[in-house]
Write a protein that binds this ligand. Structure first.
Ligand code: HEC
Length: 113
């Protein structure tokens, strides 16, 4: 079957458009995956709780540590504790995390949570 030339161009444009649209959709999906800040308890459980409340770090929950001090220590590190960059814990996440730790109750003895 012979395709008339005037039918080919619109088809090519449609294909190109479809490809562009799906790439835009993909990019939007990736951006929204990265955008929502993680909840403080998630960050604490995955990152801080690895050391704190377990073997390595001092207990930091339930001590009413000032949120500003927590932010400073997380950004700059302290002694054996590494510093965390804004690419690892975003400013919004750190602000929420520091307030959450400051206001937290002490870790339970059973699972360090
Ligand atoms: C690799 C282990 C490790 C991780 C992960 C870690 N810390 Fe620490 N952290 C420590 C150690 C060890 C100290 C004690 C440092 C010192 O004073 O020598 C400490 C100290 C602190 C202090 C000061 C406590 C005090 O009594 O003065 C705060 C606040 C703190 N960490 C918050 C955090 C937060 C919030 C996170 C998660 C974002 C975190 N840390 C992740 C090991 C860790």
């Amino acid at each position: 079957m012979k395709v008339a030339p005037r039918r080919v161009l619109p088809a090519a444009i449609a294909l190109g458009l479809a490809a562009m649209l799906s790439m835009t959709a993909l990019r939007a999906a990736q951006a929204s995956d990265a955008a929502p800040p993680r909840a403080p308890d998630t960050i604490y459980a995955k990152t801080c709780g690895y050391c704190h409340g377990h073997n390595v770090g001092p207990v930091i929950r339930g001590r009413a540590l000032p949120a500003e001090a927590i932010e400073m220590i997380v950004r700059h590190g302290q002694g054996a504790m590494p510093a965390f960059k804004p690419t690892e814990i975003s400013p919004a996440e750190l602000s929420a995390l520091a307030k959450w730790i400051a206001a937290s109750k002490a870790d339970s003895k059973e699972h360090g949570q």
